[in-house]
Design a protein around this ligand. Structure first.
Ligand code: SOE
Length: 393
Protein backbone atom coordinates (compact mmCIF):
# COMPACT_ATOMS: atom_id res chain seq x y z
CA UNK A 1 0.00 0.00 0.00
CA UNK A 2 1.17 3.54 -0.69
CA UNK A 3 0.82 5.67 2.42
CA UNK A 4 -0.06 9.34 2.49
CA UNK A 5 -0.28 11.75 5.44
CA UNK A 6 -4.04 11.41 5.46
CA UNK A 7 -3.73 7.68 5.49
CA UNK A 8 -1.34 6.53 8.23
CA UNK A 9 0.57 3.29 7.88
CA UNK A 10 -1.39 0.14 8.68
CA UNK A 11 0.16 -0.85 12.00
CA UNK A 12 -1.64 -4.15 12.07
CA UNK A 13 0.88 -5.74 9.74
CA UNK A 14 4.67 -5.60 9.70
CA UNK A 15 6.36 -2.96 7.56
CA UNK A 16 7.47 -4.68 4.36
CA UNK A 17 11.10 -4.08 3.40
CA UNK A 18 12.67 -4.25 -0.05
CA UNK A 19 16.46 -4.11 -0.23
CA UNK A 20 17.99 -3.10 -3.55
CA UNK A 21 21.53 -4.48 -3.90
CA UNK A 22 22.96 -7.57 -2.22
CA UNK A 23 26.73 -7.22 -2.13
CA UNK A 24 28.88 -5.90 0.76
CA UNK A 25 26.37 -3.34 2.01
CA UNK A 26 23.42 -5.61 1.24
CA UNK A 27 24.98 -8.27 3.44
CA UNK A 28 25.59 -5.78 6.27
CA UNK A 29 22.08 -4.33 6.05
CA UNK A 30 20.53 -7.80 5.88
CA UNK A 31 22.17 -8.75 9.17
CA UNK A 32 20.75 -5.60 10.73
CA UNK A 33 17.24 -6.19 9.41
CA UNK A 34 17.45 -9.71 10.88
CA UNK A 35 18.47 -8.62 14.37
CA UNK A 36 17.00 -5.18 15.02
CA UNK A 37 13.64 -6.43 16.31
CA UNK A 38 15.26 -8.87 18.75
CA UNK A 39 17.32 -6.17 20.45
CA UNK A 40 15.32 -2.96 20.22
CA UNK A 41 11.73 -1.88 20.61
CA UNK A 42 10.91 -1.04 17.00
CA UNK A 43 7.92 -1.57 14.71
CA UNK A 44 7.73 -5.09 13.30
CA UNK A 45 9.21 -5.55 9.86
CA UNK A 46 9.06 -8.28 7.24
CA UNK A 47 12.08 -8.91 5.00
CA UNK A 48 10.09 -9.23 1.80
CA UNK A 49 12.48 -9.02 -1.12
CA UNK A 50 16.07 -8.56 -2.27
CA UNK A 51 16.50 -6.97 -5.69
CA UNK A 52 19.49 -7.39 -7.97
CA UNK A 53 20.16 -7.43 -11.72
CA UNK A 54 21.54 -10.97 -11.63
CA UNK A 55 18.64 -13.30 -10.79
CA UNK A 56 20.90 -16.14 -9.67
CA UNK A 57 22.89 -13.99 -7.26
CA UNK A 58 19.79 -12.23 -5.96
CA UNK A 59 18.16 -15.61 -5.30
CA UNK A 60 21.25 -16.84 -3.50
CA UNK A 61 21.41 -13.66 -1.38
CA UNK A 62 17.72 -13.92 -0.51
CA UNK A 63 18.13 -17.51 0.65
CA UNK A 64 21.36 -16.94 2.54
CA UNK A 65 20.39 -13.68 4.22
CA UNK A 66 16.86 -14.71 5.07
CA UNK A 67 14.63 -12.71 2.74
CA UNK A 68 11.25 -14.05 1.61
CA UNK A 69 12.03 -13.63 -2.07
CA UNK A 70 14.09 -11.97 -4.77
CA UNK A 71 13.40 -9.87 -7.85
CA UNK A 72 15.35 -8.25 -10.68
CA UNK A 73 13.23 -5.15 -11.41
CA UNK A 74 13.44 -2.51 -8.69
CA UNK A 75 10.72 -0.34 -10.27
CA UNK A 76 8.18 -3.13 -10.06
CA UNK A 77 9.15 -3.90 -6.46
CA UNK A 78 8.85 -0.28 -5.34
CA UNK A 79 5.24 -0.20 -6.43
CA UNK A 80 4.27 -3.40 -4.65
CA UNK A 81 1.51 -2.96 -2.04
CA UNK A 82 3.36 -5.05 0.54
CA UNK A 83 6.47 -2.83 0.46
CA UNK A 84 6.68 0.12 2.88
CA UNK A 85 10.45 0.65 3.13
CA UNK A 86 13.07 0.72 0.39
CA UNK A 87 16.68 0.17 1.50
CA UNK A 88 19.16 1.21 -1.21
CA UNK A 89 22.52 -0.61 -1.16
CA UNK A 90 23.46 -0.17 -4.82
CA UNK A 91 26.36 1.73 -6.39
CA UNK A 92 25.88 5.49 -6.05
CA UNK A 93 24.89 5.93 -9.70
CA UNK A 94 21.50 4.34 -8.95
CA UNK A 95 20.72 6.12 -5.67
CA UNK A 96 18.86 9.09 -7.14
CA UNK A 97 16.57 7.20 -9.53
CA UNK A 98 15.57 4.59 -6.97
CA UNK A 99 15.16 6.98 -4.03
CA UNK A 100 13.10 9.52 -5.95
CA UNK A 101 10.76 6.92 -7.39
CA UNK A 102 10.34 5.22 -4.00
CA UNK A 103 9.63 8.49 -2.19
CA UNK A 104 7.06 9.47 -4.82
CA UNK A 105 5.42 6.09 -4.29
CA UNK A 106 5.15 6.86 -0.56
CA UNK A 107 7.86 4.43 0.59
CA UNK A 108 10.26 5.31 3.40
CA UNK A 109 13.83 5.32 2.07
CA UNK A 110 17.17 4.45 3.62
CA UNK A 111 20.13 5.00 1.27
CA UNK A 112 23.81 4.15 1.75
CA UNK A 113 26.30 6.99 1.80
CA UNK A 114 27.38 9.05 0.02
CA UNK A 115 23.92 10.36 -0.85
CA UNK A 116 24.59 10.53 -4.59
CA UNK A 117 27.36 10.85 -7.14
CA UNK A 118 26.76 14.52 -7.98
CA UNK A 119 25.31 17.62 -6.37
CA UNK A 120 22.57 17.74 -9.02
CA UNK A 121 21.41 14.21 -8.18
CA UNK A 122 21.63 14.96 -4.47
CA UNK A 123 19.59 18.14 -4.87
CA UNK A 124 16.86 16.25 -6.75
CA UNK A 125 16.81 13.67 -3.94
CA UNK A 126 16.47 16.43 -1.34
CA UNK A 127 13.46 17.91 -3.16
CA UNK A 128 11.79 14.52 -3.35
CA UNK A 129 12.51 13.87 0.34
CA UNK A 130 11.18 17.27 1.43
CA UNK A 131 7.97 16.73 -0.51
CA UNK A 132 7.57 13.19 0.82
CA UNK A 133 8.10 14.40 4.38
CA UNK A 134 4.95 16.49 4.08
CA UNK A 135 3.14 13.17 3.55
CA UNK A 136 4.82 11.54 6.58
CA UNK A 137 7.27 9.59 4.42
CA UNK A 138 10.76 9.40 5.99
CA UNK A 139 14.23 9.30 4.44
CA UNK A 140 17.72 8.87 5.84
CA UNK A 141 21.33 8.47 4.64
CA UNK A 142 23.36 5.62 6.09
CA UNK A 143 26.33 7.25 7.75
CA UNK A 144 26.47 4.25 10.08
CA UNK A 145 29.44 5.44 12.14
CA UNK A 146 27.15 7.95 13.84
CA UNK A 147 25.81 4.82 15.52
CA UNK A 148 29.09 3.53 16.96
CA UNK A 149 28.33 3.74 20.71
CA UNK A 150 31.81 5.14 21.52
CA UNK A 151 31.41 7.90 18.92
CA UNK A 152 27.88 8.72 20.08
CA UNK A 153 29.29 8.89 23.62
CA UNK A 154 32.11 11.16 22.41
CA UNK A 155 29.51 13.42 20.82
CA UNK A 156 27.64 13.65 24.13
CA UNK A 157 30.83 14.47 26.07
CA UNK A 158 31.68 17.26 23.62
CA UNK A 159 28.11 18.61 23.64
CA UNK A 160 28.18 18.61 27.46
CA UNK A 161 31.24 20.88 27.30
CA UNK A 162 33.65 18.37 28.83
CA UNK A 163 36.37 19.29 26.30
CA UNK A 164 35.61 23.02 26.31
CA UNK A 165 35.84 24.77 22.96
CA UNK A 166 37.10 22.44 20.26
CA UNK A 167 40.23 23.72 18.57
CA UNK A 168 41.39 21.00 16.24
CA UNK A 169 40.65 17.51 14.94
CA UNK A 170 42.80 14.94 13.19
CA UNK A 171 40.81 12.28 11.39
CA UNK A 172 42.21 9.51 9.22
CA UNK A 173 40.13 6.82 7.55
CA UNK A 174 42.67 4.30 6.28
CA UNK A 175 42.24 0.98 4.47
CA UNK A 176 44.67 -1.13 2.44
CA UNK A 177 42.51 -3.26 0.16
CA UNK A 178 43.90 -1.60 -2.98
CA UNK A 179 47.58 -1.78 -2.04
CA UNK A 180 48.23 -4.58 -4.56
CA UNK A 181 48.29 -3.05 -8.09
CA UNK A 182 46.85 -6.32 -9.41
CA UNK A 183 43.76 -6.04 -7.29
CA UNK A 184 40.94 -6.13 -9.88
CA UNK A 185 38.62 -3.39 -11.11
CA UNK A 186 35.30 -2.98 -9.33
CA UNK A 187 32.44 -0.50 -9.65
CA UNK A 188 34.05 1.38 -6.75
CA UNK A 189 36.96 2.36 -9.04
CA UNK A 190 34.83 3.80 -11.85
CA UNK A 191 33.71 7.39 -11.68
CA UNK A 192 30.45 6.71 -13.51
CA UNK A 193 29.30 4.19 -10.89
CA UNK A 194 30.98 5.40 -7.67
CA UNK A 195 31.25 9.17 -8.22
CA UNK A 196 34.63 9.28 -6.52
CA UNK A 197 37.00 6.91 -4.75
CA UNK A 198 38.31 7.06 -1.19
CA UNK A 199 36.89 10.58 -1.09
CA UNK A 200 33.18 9.69 -1.35
CA UNK A 201 33.45 6.22 0.13
CA UNK A 202 35.41 6.86 3.31
CA UNK A 203 36.44 10.53 3.58
CA UNK A 204 32.68 11.18 3.58
CA UNK A 205 32.46 9.27 6.89
CA UNK A 206 35.38 11.27 8.29
CA UNK A 207 33.76 14.57 7.27
CA UNK A 208 30.46 13.49 8.77
CA UNK A 209 32.21 12.68 12.05
CA UNK A 210 34.07 15.98 12.11
CA UNK A 211 30.80 17.86 11.75
CA UNK A 212 28.59 15.73 14.00
CA UNK A 213 31.16 15.53 16.79
CA UNK A 214 31.74 19.27 16.90
CA UNK A 215 28.32 20.51 15.82
CA UNK A 216 30.26 22.72 13.39
CA UNK A 217 29.99 22.78 9.60
CA UNK A 218 32.84 22.80 7.11
CA UNK A 219 33.07 26.29 5.63
CA UNK A 220 36.32 26.14 3.68
CA UNK A 221 38.48 23.35 2.30
CA UNK A 222 41.76 22.75 0.62
CA UNK A 223 42.16 19.31 -0.91
CA UNK A 224 44.52 16.90 -2.64
CA UNK A 225 43.57 13.69 -4.42
CA UNK A 226 45.84 10.98 -5.75
CA UNK A 227 45.38 7.87 -7.87
CA UNK A 228 48.45 5.79 -7.24
CA UNK A 229 47.54 2.90 -9.56
CA UNK A 230 46.03 4.22 -12.75
CA UNK A 231 44.89 0.98 -14.32
CA UNK A 232 43.82 -2.35 -12.96
CA UNK A 233 42.91 -5.76 -14.37
CA UNK A 234 39.37 -5.68 -15.75
CA UNK A 235 37.37 -8.52 -17.30
CA UNK A 236 38.55 -7.72 -20.82
CA UNK A 237 42.09 -6.55 -19.97
CA UNK A 238 43.53 -3.52 -18.17
CA UNK A 239 41.00 -0.79 -17.35
CA UNK A 240 41.64 2.80 -16.28
CA UNK A 241 40.93 3.71 -12.67
CA UNK A 242 38.90 6.91 -12.85
CA UNK A 243 38.64 7.77 -9.15
CA UNK A 244 41.08 8.71 -6.39
CA UNK A 245 42.88 6.13 -4.25
CA UNK A 246 43.52 8.65 -1.49
CA UNK A 247 42.40 12.11 -0.38
CA UNK A 248 43.72 14.81 1.94
CA UNK A 249 41.63 17.68 3.24
CA UNK A 250 42.28 20.68 5.45
CA UNK A 251 38.98 22.15 6.61
CA UNK A 252 37.88 25.28 8.44
CA UNK A 253 34.80 24.79 10.59
CA UNK A 254 32.02 27.25 11.31
CA UNK A 255 32.81 27.44 15.04
CA UNK A 256 36.48 28.26 14.51
CA UNK A 257 37.98 24.77 14.73
CA UNK A 258 40.32 23.33 12.09
CA UNK A 259 40.29 19.71 10.93
CA UNK A 260 42.73 17.66 8.91
CA UNK A 261 41.29 14.62 7.22
CA UNK A 262 43.04 11.82 5.36
CA UNK A 263 41.44 8.92 3.55
CA UNK A 264 43.20 6.13 1.71
CA UNK A 265 42.54 2.68 0.37
CA UNK A 266 46.28 2.16 -0.06
CA UNK A 267 47.50 2.66 3.51
CA UNK A 268 49.54 -0.54 3.61
CA UNK A 269 48.80 -2.59 6.70
CA UNK A 270 45.82 -0.63 7.95
CA UNK A 271 42.69 -2.68 7.39
CA UNK A 272 39.79 -0.44 8.37
CA UNK A 273 41.09 2.23 10.72
CA UNK A 274 38.95 5.28 11.31
CA UNK A 275 41.14 7.20 13.73
CA UNK A 276 39.74 10.30 15.31
CA UNK A 277 41.44 12.76 17.63
CA UNK A 278 39.60 15.76 19.01
CA UNK A 279 41.45 18.45 20.96
CA UNK A 280 39.57 21.01 23.05
CA UNK A 281 40.67 23.71 25.46
CA UNK A 282 39.91 21.52 28.50
CA UNK A 283 40.21 17.97 27.22
CA UNK A 284 40.72 15.57 24.35
CA UNK A 285 39.30 12.36 22.88
CA UNK A 286 40.81 9.56 20.81
CA UNK A 287 39.06 6.75 18.93
CA UNK A 288 40.00 4.02 16.47
CA UNK A 289 37.39 1.94 14.66
CA UNK A 290 39.68 -1.09 14.90
CA UNK A 291 38.96 -0.97 18.67
CA UNK A 292 35.44 0.35 18.39
CA UNK A 293 34.33 -0.43 21.93
CA UNK A 294 36.96 1.89 23.37
CA UNK A 295 37.15 5.65 23.76
CA UNK A 296 40.15 7.46 25.20
CA UNK A 297 39.36 10.59 27.16
CA UNK A 298 41.54 13.09 28.97
CA UNK A 299 40.51 16.15 30.97
CA UNK A 300 42.75 19.00 32.01
CA UNK A 301 41.92 18.67 35.71
CA UNK A 302 44.03 17.88 38.77
CA UNK A 303 47.81 18.12 38.88
CA UNK A 304 49.62 17.90 35.54
CA UNK A 305 51.59 14.98 36.97
CA UNK A 306 48.40 12.93 37.12
CA UNK A 307 46.78 13.92 33.86
CA UNK A 308 46.57 11.62 30.90
CA UNK A 309 44.24 9.66 28.68
CA UNK A 310 42.03 7.07 30.30
CA UNK A 311 40.39 4.23 28.43
CA UNK A 312 36.62 3.95 28.66
CA UNK A 313 35.20 0.59 27.64
CA UNK A 314 31.96 1.78 26.07
CA UNK A 315 29.85 -1.21 27.03
CA UNK A 316 27.69 -0.04 29.93
CA UNK A 317 23.91 -0.24 29.54
CA UNK A 318 23.94 3.54 30.07
CA UNK A 319 26.11 4.12 26.99
CA UNK A 320 24.33 4.97 23.72
CA UNK A 321 22.68 1.95 22.04
CA UNK A 322 24.09 -0.54 24.56
CA UNK A 323 20.81 -1.09 26.36
CA UNK A 324 19.81 -3.48 23.59
CA UNK A 325 22.79 -5.79 23.85
CA UNK A 326 24.68 -7.71 26.50
CA UNK A 327 25.67 -7.35 30.15
CA UNK A 328 28.36 -4.68 30.72
CA UNK A 329 31.74 -5.55 29.24
CA UNK A 330 30.39 -7.91 26.56
CA UNK A 331 31.57 -6.05 23.51
CA UNK A 332 29.92 -5.47 20.15
CA UNK A 333 31.25 -5.14 16.57
CA UNK A 334 31.13 -3.23 13.28
CA UNK A 335 27.90 -4.83 12.09
CA UNK A 336 26.00 -3.57 15.13
CA UNK A 337 26.26 -0.01 13.81
CA UNK A 338 23.86 -0.99 11.02
CA UNK A 339 21.42 -2.44 13.55
CA UNK A 340 21.53 0.84 15.50
CA UNK A 341 20.94 2.72 12.26
CA UNK A 342 17.77 0.69 11.70
CA UNK A 343 16.70 1.21 15.30
CA UNK A 344 16.79 4.96 14.73
CA UNK A 345 15.20 4.80 11.28
CA UNK A 346 12.32 2.56 12.40
CA UNK A 347 11.77 4.68 15.52
CA UNK A 348 11.40 7.72 13.26
CA UNK A 349 8.86 5.92 11.16
CA UNK A 350 6.93 5.11 14.33
CA UNK A 351 7.08 8.60 15.84
CA UNK A 352 6.94 10.65 12.66
CA UNK A 353 10.03 12.62 13.81
CA UNK A 354 12.30 12.93 10.72
CA UNK A 355 15.52 10.93 11.12
CA UNK A 356 19.08 12.25 10.76
CA UNK A 357 21.27 12.25 8.80
CA UNK A 358 18.62 13.59 6.44
CA UNK A 359 19.04 13.84 2.68
CA UNK A 360 19.78 17.53 3.32
CA UNK A 361 22.66 16.47 5.58
CA UNK A 362 23.84 14.09 2.85
CA UNK A 363 23.75 16.86 0.26
CA UNK A 364 25.76 19.17 2.50
CA UNK A 365 28.51 16.50 2.67
CA UNK A 366 28.22 16.12 -1.10
CA UNK A 367 28.94 19.84 -1.50
CA UNK A 368 32.05 19.50 0.67
CA UNK A 369 33.23 16.52 -1.42
CA UNK A 370 32.73 18.57 -4.60
CA UNK A 371 34.66 21.48 -3.07
CA UNK A 372 37.55 19.13 -2.24
CA UNK A 373 37.59 17.91 -5.85
CA UNK A 374 37.54 21.50 -7.09
CA UNK A 375 40.40 22.47 -4.81
CA UNK A 376 42.41 19.37 -5.72
CA UNK A 377 41.79 20.03 -9.43
CA UNK A 378 43.03 23.60 -9.08
CA UNK A 379 46.03 22.38 -7.06
CA UNK A 380 46.02 24.16 -3.77
CA UNK A 381 43.29 26.71 -4.28
CA UNK A 382 41.10 27.24 -1.25
CA UNK A 383 37.47 26.60 -1.93
CA UNK A 384 34.97 28.52 0.19
CA UNK A 385 31.60 26.94 0.75
CA UNK A 386 28.49 29.05 0.84
CA UNK A 387 26.52 28.47 4.04
CA UNK A 388 24.47 25.32 3.49
CA UNK A 389 20.87 26.04 2.35
CA UNK A 390 20.32 23.62 5.00
CA UNK A 391 19.02 20.72 6.62
CA UNK A 392 15.55 19.99 7.56
CA UNK A 393 14.75 21.51 10.94
C1 SOE B 1 29.67 1.57 4.87
O1 SOE B 1 29.30 2.54 5.73
C2 SOE B 1 31.07 1.79 4.38
O2 SOE B 1 31.28 3.14 4.13
C3 SOE B 1 31.35 1.10 3.07
O3 SOE B 1 30.57 1.61 2.02
C4 SOE B 1 32.80 1.26 2.77
O4 SOE B 1 33.15 0.73 1.56
C5 SOE B 1 33.52 0.59 3.93
O5 SOE B 1 34.81 0.31 3.63
C6 SOE B 1 33.29 1.40 5.13
O6 SOE B 1 31.94 1.35 5.39
Amino acid sequence: MTHTAAEPADTTRPLGVAMIGYAFMGKAHSAAWRTVGSHFDVPAIARRVVVGRDAGKAAEAAARYGWEGFATDWREVIHRDDIDIVDICTPGSLHADIAIEALKAGKHVLVEKPLANTIAEGAAMVSAAAEARTRGVQSMVGFNYRRVPALAHARNLIADGRLGAIRQLRVAYLQDWLTDPDSPMTWRLRRETAGSGALGDIASHALDQVQILTGQEVTEVSGRLRTFVEQRPGEGGPEPVTVDDAAWITAELSGGAVATIEASRMATGVKNGLRIEVFGERGALRFDLENLNELEFMEVTGPATEQGFRRILVSEPGHPYLEGWWPAGHIIGWEHTFTHQLRDFLTSIRTGEPPRPSFEDGLQIQRVLAAVEESAGARSAVVHLAPAPHAQS
